[in-house]
Design a protein around this ligand. Sequence first.
Ligand code: FES
Length: 85
Amino acid sequence: MDLPKVADTCPKQVELEAGKKYAYCTCGMSENQPFCDGKHSGSEFTPIVFKADETKTAHFCQCKKTGNSPYCDGTHNSLNQQTEQ
Ligand code: FES
């Protein structure tokens, strides 16, 4: 299985609206991070499509290595440490 591209090594703050549908990019190739723009086409990746259950501010993963997609779980911190060495 291909690994997703690291879109960025920090999460993106997004404002979610209750009842609105979102498509979270899992491949890392979208130019509209953290959301899908269709660039996964032809790859094995598919977006995570979900409807927000409440209006809230959320932090979405852009390193694509979180264990809690689409939300940031802090994994990007270990990537930042690797690149700083
Ligand atoms: S562009 Fe990445 S999942 Fe669609």
